[in-house]
Design a protein around this ligand. Sequence first.
Ligand code: FAD
Length: 463
Amino acid sequence: MSTTTAAIGPLVEAIRTQLPGLRMLTDETDRESYRLDETAYLKAGLPGAVVLPTETAQVAAVVRLCGEFGVPMVPRGAGTGLSGGAAGIEGGLTIAFTAMDRIVEIDRENLVAVVQPGIINAALKAAVAAEGLFYPPDPASYEMCSIGGNLGTNAGGLCCVKYGQTRESVLSLEVVMADGTVIRTGGKNVKDVAGYSLTHLFVGSQGTLAIITEATLKLRPAPPPRSTMLAFFPTLDGAGDAVAGIAQAGLSPVTLELLDRFTINAVDEMNGLGLDRTAAAMLMIESDAPGVAATDELARAEAVCRTAGATDVVRAADAQEADWLRQARRAAHYALERLGEVRMEDVSVPRSRVPDMLREVEKIAERHHVRIGTFGHAGDGNLHPDLVLERGDPDGEAKTDAVRSDLYRAAMALGGSITGEHGIGTARRAWLEEQRGADAVRVMRAIKTALDPQGILNPGRVL
Ligand SMILES: Cc1cc2nc3c(=O)[nH]c(=O)nc-3n(C[C@H](O)[C@H](O)[C@H](O)COP(=O)(O)OP(=O)(O)OC[C@H]3O[C@@H](n4cnc5c(N)ncnc54)[C@H](O)[C@@H]3O)c2cc1C
């Protein structure tokens, strides 16, 4: 596989000539805003040019030209990724999907939405909600991130514990392959086992196997408004036991989120919610079951929490208060950012091992004399230990490396994963083989080589 970035000049000229209607940014200041995603501490290249297509035919033509000139490309949604997946490649071409953001169709009869990749998750949710429908995937960044990025990363979020990651809500895709061919992986039918499931392969492949230009997504009838409960625990272990206990009790809350003491304090400081700042951990548990079933589900979850040692359990007074609490949880990362430079991690373990992982995080913080605020989608066993460095710490990079290594090793030792939803990108590439094994990575490379023999689709990401 060989690519050349020196060819960006001739490529830009060819795009100007052959696609005069395509918006392209070549000014350095403009290109600079496409260098990084939200993984700001990673080093990334400056794209040689950025194109903003509005239709699939333009994407296909650009991809063909990149192949002709051997220029690497980076598909990019909103750039909120936390693995460096959409970060720039020096002298490469970034294809930004911001302007390809139409809802093609909301099909009520079949409960599907057909969308272009640039649409923001919250905009899609709002549009289908207006029709009495629901698109479940809800990353905490849902007001900023795009569906294309969600598909690229197989994004998770707060309600995956009940409705699954993005992949569970995808019926089919339209994609542009590395040679510019456009294919569809399926249709609106719920059942379809014709051939390999390319849909499942492309979702989560971070733009390394194909570029998504349209998605057919599953919708559901809108569930009832959520009932929300907070449970405070004097120990992390207690909260971890409650998470495992709720799953074992067969409950399926729509949200089961955890915040540790450090994060509770940061969130409360920022939002003034009156949370119990002395608690070692807090669980946020929500039910969207209909009618009395929600009351019953939360009552059973409360019983599990009390058995696990919860000292205080409170319900949101009304929908508005519940909304404030949810927004505060979504902003946990930004609350921690007020305290220093944050490096967000994304480990995932089997649910029963959540207490063990929480203990490991505490030990790692002590071992390296650093502050780590942990929060995340505990109901999925997916935790975000955020390393909070003093601003300008000269040893920040070394501490980050050491903490990340220990977190990854701990997660793997517990049978878990180095990333639950953010993806390998460039940030975790060095660790993939240790988790998956050389043979599995060889299979991945074979797929990559077969689909992208020139190595021009987001090279250096994932593999
Ligand atoms: C505060 C905060 C909270 C977050 N919370 C969550 C969370 O709860 N759950 C979660 O999963 N993530 C979360 N994230 C991470 C991020 O928002 C998600 O990974 C999101 O899916 C990225 O979407 P994006 O549009 O910003 O994609 P980008 O960052 O632009 O791209 C992400 C990846 O998708 C690829 N891609 C983009 N568009 C396409 C396309 N059309 N075709 C093929 N590949 C494409 C890119 O190449 C890249 O590899 C959070 C981030 C922040 C900053």
